[in-house]
Design a binder for this molecule. Structure first.
Ligand code: HEC
Length: 321
């Protein structure tokens, strides 16, 4: 399944070129890809605020979702001017603005980067004020793939050099479309009109809902990792609250199945089964002591692993390729 970039009806004018008139006239030229030099290898950097930070070249970075003011401050300190979000969730424009940073939102799926979307990244590379920071949610798969395409557009680097970005990021081979589309990238041609860029793109309800579910899921993973108790590093997390939000957001997802899957009984069954597991986990947590005792933990573990397998199974069939 390929997800075309859905362009928002609102042009939010983050860029001078972000207007219908200009996009008709000035954006049809062939991308001016400089013939280039061998690039230095991408470098994975340790950073307390920004997980999976990687520098692709001077002025181009990728990594995980920046969360909270300290993370945006860190990006500003790195000199970043524009953040490019490829996740389905709405970017935190307000936090970015507090640190003088702009956002561009070009959501992509795990199944690959279609032509229009890769042209959006070429446009970002050519027109948007850098240094640039590309992020998805965890900074491992989609963000690096988008950044690798922008790197190709900005530098004319070799396929090998672009794929090195995915290697260094640890992008999974379970997403062959991302590898394929980074490897197969070609610059926009003279007759292609590059897509408009937006601060916030329109995202299908189901996709947005999955992105929300993933945040709850991360919270559950963090709680589980500290024996189902509030982790010291995250005193803000509370198991009962997280599990309740997770079950609610699971139900939200099940309510907005996209039209293309609406009659697919396999997917619908998987979704209902997943929802039941989410409700079961919620019930177990609510019936358990707070925090759960050692004797209560195995049942939580079992429910968690069941859920984990169900996310994975459905994605294998319906999302990743
Ligand atoms: C029954 C099928 C199904 C189940 C179960 C399911 N998903 Fe998904 N998920 C999908 C599909 C289909 C997509 C692709 C949607 C799209 O790109 O429009 C998706 C997309 C996603 C995305 C990408 C959102 C984005 O930014 O584009 C995340 C993250 C995600 N799912 C997390 C989860 C987690 C976590 C679970 C389990 C707790 C889960 N999903 C369970 C079908 C499922």
């Amino acid at each position: 399944m390929s997800r075309a970039l859905i362009l928002s009806t609102l042009c939010l004018a983050v860029l001078p070129a972000c207007s219908a008139e200009e996009s008709d006239t000035s954006l049809t030229q062939v991308a001016d890809v400089p013939a280039t030099p061998v690039l230095a290898a991408p470098v994975a950097m340790e950073n307390e605020q920004i997980h999976r930070l990687m520098q692709l070249k001077e002025g181009m970075y990728s990594g995980a979702l920046p969360v909270g003011d300290a993370a945006f401050a860190e990006l500003a300190a790195l000199g970043i001017k524009t953040i490019v979000c490829v996740d389905g969730a709405r970017p935190d424009l307000e936090a970015a603005a507090r640190h003088g940073l702009s956002y561009i939102h070009v959501p992509i799926g795990y199944d690959g980067i279609d032509r229009d979307t890769s042209n959006a990244f070429a446009r970002v590379a050519q027109e948007v004020e850098g240094p640039l920071y590309f992020h998805c949610h965890h900074g491992k798969h989609r963000g690096p793939a988008a950044a690798a395409i922008a790197l190709r557009a900005a530098t004319g680097c070799t396929t090998q050099e672009a794929l090195a970005v995915l290697e260094v990021a640890g992008t999974s081979r379970d997403y062959p479309g991302l590898w394929r589309d980074v490897a197969g990238w070609t610059p926009p041609t003279a007759d292609e009109v590059l897509p408009e860029l937006h601060e916030v793109a329109q995202v299908a309800d189901f996709t947005a809902s999955m992105a929300t579910l993933d945040r709850d899921w991360d919270e559950l993973k963090a709680l589980r990792a500290s024996s189902w108790q509030t982790p010291e590093a995250h005193p803000d997390l509370d198991l009962r609250r997280s599990v309740k939000a997770f079950a609610e957001h699971y139900a939200d997802s099940a309510n907005v199945i996209p039209a293309e899957h609406a009659t697919d009984v396999v997917l619908l069954d998987q979704m209902q089964a997943g929802l039941q597991m989410a409700e079961k986990l919620q019930l177990l947590v609510e019936e358990a002591s707070n925090p759960p005792t050692a004797a209560q933990i195995p049942a939580l573990e079992e429910a968690f692993l069941e859920l984990k397998a169900s996310c994975k199974d459905c994605h294998k069939d319906y999302r990743n390729e």
